[in-house]
Ligand binder design. Sequence first.
Ligand code: G3P
Length: 226
Amino acid sequence: MKLLIDYADLDSIKELIALFPIDGVTTNPTILAKAGENPKDRLVKIRELIGPDMDLHCQVVASKKEEMVDQARKLVALLGENTYIKVPSSGEGFKAMEELTKEGIKITATGIYTPLQAFLAAKAGAKYLAPYVNRIDNLGYDGLGVTRKIQNILEANDFDAQILAASFKNSNQVLDLVERGVGALTLGPDVFKGLVNDKNVDFAIKTFEEDFESILEEGQTFSDIL
Ligand code: G3P
């Protein structure tokens, strides 16, 4: 399972990469707008920060197939090989996915609220399918249930696609999908930090350190005596 950061703030990305086993970064137009910089410049900076080997998912911003295809080609030329182009899972989007897949451009089908959108995107060649777990919950439906159905669809058909679940607000949503082993999850910084935000863990680690100090000399560390 891959773990990605759903954010475009450079300091936050750097901090999370230093703390967690991260495989890449996902962005969307709203996330880039919040970053407050020219979006092309920000995407280039994210690519420079994470290096050429990590995955970077960035989204086209168009409603017509031709424009989506044009933007996708330009984004891949700009950001390199391990770039996934997020294409909305709409009618025009499915046609763009087909065309771009034939060209070898890797697609993340985004804006997925229903299992049938995911089915159509997988059939159109998308490599990743991104259900919006929490946004579906907020509509009064079942975000995790939709994601499970998508997993059933992938298992029942011979699609070359995986789930990249997005839009999380709490650790329980994450835990459910980690147990199921979906292909990838993308989380914002707050949700990432919430995965290990437990005072009991902090207390246990601190206690080990304090107990150990009693068998070391003043100012000495374990490294010093190894
Ligand atoms: O890109 C889609 C996903 O990241 C949306 O997340 O937190 O805005 O619901 P959120």
